[in-house]
Design a protein around this ligand. Structure first.
Ligand code: FAD
Length: 456
């Protein structure tokens, strides 16, 4: 038995945990960072980064198929999945190496192994007791399933989908949210037949309804099938595939079933309840300053109820480190969080949808403007269609921005500043947007909703 003492102990080195550790070390705290797997967690190893590498490979495939349209002679010869895997693994390995180097350079002590909270100031890792004046819980999440739906064989999660060493011929995807549609997008570009099953009435159901509908039209055009508003009833597996039955009596046959129905908090049997941390269905409850009910014990990332996104975890980690160091940082805005779905087409949004804005302020107090990317030069050049929708309070600030089209994720930064700063479109409209960029679409939407449409 041995003991290691720090100012701060961080349990879990994913987006939330490692961000907290990096910021705390910058602020002069000694940090013990406990990790049972690889620093970087879900996002780096089996989430954001490898999936975006796959999506980029998918885009390259599609661009190659369409190259003649641009006068370029290239022949699409198919997908070499081993080559895609090498590229994906290289991206992850290089980011992982960089992160390990940074953690070392900042003087953070990494403790490898599975930690268990044993008191408000201590975590047990094997025979090492790691103690700290403060402890941050950042153990992340796992792929959820549905009651009675066992993962195994041809029923897979996103982690197994990433690791496939072949391109399936036909896949059924349970869940039309971000993870489900991103994998569907990749597979379709790789030549797979895809059927998505979604219980809610629309794909990407948390987006503005106009965007969800445009997304469905785009997916339909790409030949991606989907069944919405219908519940999963069961699945049987045989040697060659799966048969998925739905509550409406329909069946979907496929080679694999990807279960993408959301992620649950990874908090079971880690000592949290025993130490007295208040939990709700596995999530760790905190106040807005990310304090649990136990003084000195904090929580960040996917285990805190709310949107499970890496950038939310990063920001929460930075916040808690600064709070512990006594900097009194501004509370992380847990409502206006940018969201990007990196499929083809991309969807990017921040703030209130039209429906939520109407619910909050009443229909008479809201104005919206839809800018069609057909009017945007750069979108035409890169061959994308889509929309930028701005929701504002009449005579008031921008409440929400909702976009669909290739690369619109890259426009979310400006939209985010407008919403988070509660900017009035009249104040943003005079700013010059570089020409020709897709960013101009946002500028034109702000101009139009400020009553000065240029091309729209
Ligand atoms: P995690 O990243 O899950 O890290 C938790 C860490 O804690 C892990 O490394 C784990 O090994 C470790 N751990 C757990 N228990 C213990 C223990 N007892 N002892 C020691 N270590 C422990 N988000 C985005 O913002 N953009 C995206 O494009 C995006 N794409 C995604 C795609 C997929 C397929 C998936 C699955 C997720 C995606 N996400 C994306 C979500 C993002 O990955 C998570 O929101 C983010 O990783 C959460 O960070 P975290 O620190 O809370 O947890």
């Amino acid at each position: 038995m041995s003991e290691q003492n720090f100012d701060l102990v961080v349990l879990g080195a994913g987006s939330g945990g490692y961000a907290a550790a990096l910021r705390a070390s910058q602020l002069g705290l000694t940090v013990g960072l406990i990790e049972k797997g690889k620093v970087g967690g879900t996002c780096l190893h089996v989430g954001c980064i490898p999936t975006k590498a796959l999506l980029h490979a998918a885009e390259v495939a599609d661009v190659t198929r369409e190259s003649a349209k641009y006068g370029v002679s290239a022949t699409f010869g198919g997908i070499d999945i081993a080559g895609v895997t090498t590229y994906r693994e290289e991206v992850v390995a290089s980011k992982w190496k960089g992160l390990q180097g940074l953690i070392k350079a900042r003087g953070i002590t990494t403790i490898e192994g599975e930690g268990r909270l044993t008191s408000p100031t201590s975590v047990q890792v094997g025979d090492v007791t790691v103690t700290g004046k403060n402890v941050i819980l950042a153990t992340g999440s796992y792929s959820r399933s549905l009651p009675g739906l066992e993962i195994g064989g041809r029923v897979i999660t996103s982690e197994q989908a990433l690791a496939l060493d072949f391109v399936p011929k036909k896949v059924a995807v349970l869940g039309g949210g971000v993870i489900g549609v991103e994998f569907s997008s990749v597979w379709r570009s790789f030549g797979t037949e895809v059927t998505i099953i979604e219980a809610l009435p629309n794909l990407v159901p948390n987006e503005d309804i106009a965007i969800s509908k445009a997304f469905e039209r785009a997916f339909r055009k790409r030949g991606i099938e989907f069944k919405t508003g219908v519940r999963f009833a069961g699945v049987t597996q045989n040697e060659s595939g799966v048969v998925v039955s739905l509550e409406n009596g329909e069946t979907v046959e496929a080679e694999l079933l990807l279960v993408a129905v959301g992620r649950g908090p990874a908090t079971a049997n880690l000592g949290f309840e025993e130490v007295g941390v208040t939990m709700d269905r596995g999530f760790v409850l905190t106040d807005e300053r990310l304090r649990t009910n136990i003084p000195g014990v904090w929580a960040v990332g996917d285990i805190v109820p709310g949107l499970q996104l890496a950038h939310r975890g990063f920001q929460q980690g930075i916040f808690v480190a600064e709070e512990i160091a006594g900097l009194n940082p501004i509370v992380v805005d847990d409502v206006n969080i940018p969201k990007v779905t990196y499929s083809d087409p991309e969807v990017a949004s921040i703030g209130l949808t039209e429906a939520k804005a109407v619910e909050k302020f009443g229909a008479d107090a809201i104005a919206t403007y839809d800018y069609n990317l057909a009017g945007n030069g750069k979108s035409h050049i890169i061959g994308t269609s889509g929309n930028v929708k701005v929701v504002r309070q009449k005579d008031g600030p921008v409440l929400g921005v909702h976009m669909i089209g290739a690369r619109v994720g890259e426009l979310i930064g400006e939209a985010q500043l407008a919403v988070n700063w509660e900017a009035y479109p009249e104040d943003i409209a005079p700013y010059i947007h570089a020409h020709p960029t897709q960013n101009e679409a946002l500028g034109e939407a702000f101009l139009a909703i400020a009553g000065k449409p240029l091309h729209g």
